[in-house]
Unconditional design. Structure first.
Length: 79
């Protein structure tokens, strides 16, 4: 599973990355988590507002911090 956390490093983006990693640990799901901070790359992935989360190439959220339970649901859908 490949997860991209999109954001320039702000507190909201850091909180999103932390929530993703906690959800992975709680579900014991192996995944490669990539932090994308380059604004040009973020826009090229279709995200205009950060933070954003892409799981296995599918945009799950942008412009808000997702709840950990929401992230867990996405992870289970993508297993």
């Amino acid at each position: 599973m490949e997860i991209k956390v999109l954001g320039t490093g702000c507190k909201r983006c850091q909180a999103t990355e932390t929530a993703v990693k906690e959800a992975l640990a709680e579900l014991n799901v192996p995944a490669e988590v990539k932090k994308i901070e380059d604004p040009g790359e973020i826009v090229s992935l279709g995200v205009m507002m950060t933070p954003g989360v892409i799981i296995n190439g599918k945009l799950k959220v942008s412009g808000r911090i997702p709840k950990k339970e929401e992230i867990k649901k996405w992870l289970q859908e993508e297993k």
